[in-house]
Design a protein. Structure first.
Length: 201
């Protein structure tokens, strides 16, 4: 992208937060990429990467840096694999002279998007791929199927869990307030404890 510019900051001004709200409404993000997520879980100050095109946010990610271990969970967020690779290259260039290890857990499993992204990156960067079953457990669903087709393609225990949730009146909603994110973080912590998963979330 010709007019792509980037910014690294530890402080999100109100105007940037408003632009991010618009960006989030147009893109699917995980809780780990919400600007307040890190503040809820620890005292570490995250760095925010923001990619702009024509004064509009087109790429974003929250970056954790703990003692030289630079981590991005389920990011960067953008709609285009070429833009995602430009974002990752900008992040690598920003941290290259600071030393340490950069770890990126993409926000998508193997798909045409990730294949294209990894192909682009392989032409410009050396990197190692790995798979961590403890921290990557997402189910991607083709929403072009009918509800009956979706249910029939699921495992029996998933169907039972969905039916039970419907019977109990479970609903979903978009979390926007910090207090809601704190509640979600507590649920994640309990789930990790019960499953014996070690994490610094």
């Amino acid at each position: 992208m010709k007019d792509f510019t980037t910014k690294f900051t530890t402080n999100l001004e109100e105007e940037v937060r408003k632009k991010l709200d618009t960006f989030f409404s147009e893109n699917l993000i995980s809780p780990e990429q919400h600007p307040d997520w890190q503040n809820i879980l620890s005292n570490e100050q995250p760095t925010y990467f923001i990619g702009y095109s024509k004064n509009r946010i087109v790429s974003y990610c929250l970056i954790n840096n703990t003692k030289g271990w630079i981590r991005i969970f389920k990011g960067p967020i953008c709609k285009d694999p070429d833009l995602a690779s430009e974002s990752i290259i900008a992040i690598v260039q920003h941290y290259r002279n600071k030393g340490g290890l950069l770890s990126i857990q993409l926000g998508d499993e193997v798909s045409p998007f990730t294949e294209h992204l990894l192909y682009n990156l392989s032409k410009k960067l050396r990197f190692k791929q790995s798979y961590n079953k403890e921290t990557w457990s997402s189910l991607f669903i083709d929403l072009t199927f009918s509800e009956d087709e979706l249910m029939s393609n699921m495992k029996a225990n998933h169907r039972q869990s969905i039916k039970k949730a419907i019977k109990l009146g479970v609903t979903t909603k978009l979390l926007t307030r910090k207090s809601e994110m704190i509640q979600l973080a507590r649920i994640f912590e309990l789930m990790y404890e019960r499953r014996g998963i070690t994490s610094d979330i």
